[in-house]
Write a protein that binds this ligand. Structure first.
Ligand SMILES: NC(=O)c1ccc[n+]([C@@H]2O[C@H](COP(=O)([O-])OP(=O)(O)OC[C@H]3O[C@@H](n4cnc5c(N)ncnc54)[C@H](OP(=O)(O)O)[C@@H]3O)[C@@H](O)[C@H]2O)c1
Length: 274
């Protein structure tokens, strides 16, 4: 096997500068790659008032985008708008309610990128202890919300635009008691792949975060939360749990890369490797 690998490797890598036409190897001329930018784009972040979504909003705004954040609580929208500063827009809407979602897009106007990071706190339980009604309701924001904003919002996406959804590592590494969380993430990923085909040329991708230090963990008492972050972080190749800004980078990459669609990027500090 190593022989085959070496053969492939050399057949690819030896054909670098010598075999290519001269004009393709010049380092003096720009090939235009640095025009890839979010400057002047309008980015809508559903769930953009906290955690990962707020970090995406901050990063997109820093790149010169106009950002619009949406979530269900006026207080969170107000706090996010204060943080984001002049030019940011915010709306209140419960994204699991179709009437509210329709009304939201009725006043939104066109935009370039739709990012979906909305998610409520889901209590995970072993199957035998999970009530059907609870299991169904856990899909409301994370899956049905994503479905609704795509149904009502995708027609407002400008040419060259994209959608980025959020799932998790759970479909690839479910622990006991996380069946519903894993199922929601899988459903989001399957929906994204189907939308990448159905809505093309709008690009549709998914970010699958591992453990990220955001307010979603605030339901744990502070001491317990910090002990959890320290223990889980120490066990990862990255040596720590993720920060929202580190995960936001991948959302920006998906928005910029005009040739990427139907893809999932796991951002988990190496969790799936160990
Ligand atoms: N943090 C992690 O470790 C982690 C790991 C894997 C996956 N994820 C996923 O990443 C996504 C973002 O999580 P996060 O950690 O950034 O959470 P977060 O800080 O709690 O942010 C969640 C956002 O969703 C909004 N939201 C919740 N219910 C809503 C509703 N019904 N309608 C509209 N907005 C709603 C919240 O605002 P309001 O309260 O104002 O509605 C908030 O802006 C979630 O889908 C989560 O499952 C997170």
């Amino acid at each position: 096997m190593p022989h085959i690998w070496n053969k492939c490797r050399f057949s690819v890598f030896e054909q670098t500068t010598e075999d290519l036409p001269r004009n393709r190897t010049s380092t003096k001329k720009s090939n235009g790659a640095y025009k890839l930018t979010l400057k002047g784009k309008r980015v809508l972040i559903l769930g953009g008032t906290s955690g990962i979504g707020l970090a995406v909003a901050e990063a997109a705004k820093a790149e010169g985008s106009d950002v619009v954040v949406v979530s269900s609580k006026q207080s969170r929208v107000d706090t996010a708008l204060t943080l984001l500063g002049e030019g940011a827009e915010g709306y209140v809407a419960n994204l699991s309610d179709e009437t509210a979602v329709e009304a939201l897009f009725g006043k939104m106007g066109p935009f370039d990128h739709l990012v979906y990071t909305a998610g409520d706190s889901v209590w995970q339980r072993l199957l035998g202890e999970t009530k059907l009604e609870d299991a169904k309701s856990f899909f409301d924001v994370r899956f049905w919300g994503a479905f609704l904003v795509t149904k009502h919002g995708s027609k407002l996406i400008r040419s060259g635009g994209s959608i980025v959804f959020t799932s998790s590592t759970l479909p690839r590494r479910p622990s006991a008691g996380f069946a519903i969380g894993a199922s929601i993430s899988s459903a989001v990923e399957a929906f994204a792949a189907a939308m990448a085909v159905e809505l093309a040329p709008v690009r549709v991708n998914v970010v699958a975060p591992g453990i990220v230090r955001t307010p979603i963990w605030d339901r744990l008492p502070e001491e317990q939360r910090e002990a959890f972050f320290a223990a889980r972080g120490a066990a990862l190749p990255a040596g720590k749990v993720g920060e929202p800004a580190e995960v936001a980078e991948v959302y920006l990459c998906f928005m910029r890369s005009g040739y990427t669609t139907g893809q999932i990027v796991v951002v988990d500090g190496g969790m799936l490797l160990v």
